[in-house]
Design a protein around this ligand. Structure first.
Ligand code: ADP
Length: 240
């Protein structure tokens, strides 16, 4: 499952705004991303998930546009699903089929593969992770961490150039998290990762701190984490 982009993926968010009713979630956000490992950090409700949704083309914008390698993801859906894969915070919101094999096959058939072609790829992928016995397995028998792995594999099988992760380790035990982190660090495609846990991003190339839909800091994880921690501490002291 090696993915080696011939050139870096280019992500452009151009003056993007999202409102729910009168509530501003993102306003006039512009960002250009070429790095392969980028994190977004911020308090709950700061707009991080909304940002991932606009990158996946799943969220309607009130203004602006999002381009991935020049493709407007909200408008060119068929091309977008080849370019971008998203893993939601809760695997139960992502998984739709009763068995692992069916779940993994689905994305591939959406890309135009026949059932047989898709199954060959699914079995090869499961073999690679020593999970070939999962093919017939009922999703309901899997742990949360194992379900996360199914979501991750289903997205990876589609070979997107950009992988969007929304708090992918929530509710996962430490050994499973370490295993998933190992899988992810071996991947060559762009990863945009949302979390409120600063340590997650220590080895990333770029970290962006968001609050109330606005970028508060953008740069090296070391610098941004320091600013973020100081702000959170001051915020805490003000609210106690
Ligand atoms: P984060 O991922 O940083 O926790 P979100 O992007 O999920 O933030 O949410 C940002 C804000 O948008 C929050 O105030 C949330 O309540 C609001 N929000 C998210 N989805 C909806 C929705 N479908 N309808 C109304 N408000 C929403």
């Amino acid at each position: 499952m090696e993915i080696s982009p011939d050139k870096p993926t280019e992500i452009e968010i151009c003056s993007a705004s999202v409102f729910y009713g009168k509530e501003r979630i993102l306003e006039n956000l512009s960002l250009s991303i070429k790095e392969q490992r980028v994190g977004f950090i911020g308090r709950n409700g700061s707009g991080k998930t909304t940002l991932l949704r606009i990158l996946a083309g799943l969220q309607e914008l009130n203004n602006g546009k999002v381009l991935i390698d020049g493709i407007e993801v909200a408008k060119k859906r068929k091309e977008a699903i080849k370019k971008v894969g998203i893993i939601f915070q809760n695997p139960d919101h992502q998984i739709i089929f009763p068995t692992v094999g069916e779940e993994l096959r689905f994305g591939l058939t959406q890309l135009g593969l026949s059932k047989n072609e898709a199954d060959l790829k699914v079995i090869a992928c499961l073999k690679q992770y020593d999970k070939v016995d999962w093919f017939e397995r009922s999703i309901s028998t899997l742990s949360q961490g194992q379900k996360h792995l199914v979501c991750l594999l289903s997205v990876l099988l589609m070979k997107p150039r950009v992988l969007l992760l929304d708090e992918p380790f929530t509710g996962i035990d430490i050994p499973t998290q370490l295993k998933l982190e190992h899988y992810l660090s071996s991947l060559k495609q762009t990863i945009i990762h949302v979390s409120h846990v600063p340590e997650t991003f220590e080895n990333y190339q770029r970290l962006i701190w968001m609050d109330e839909g606005i970028i508060q800091a953008d740069g090296s994880p070391k610098t941004v984490i320091k600013k973020y921690r100081t702000a959170m501490k001051n915020y805490d002291e003000k609210t106690i």
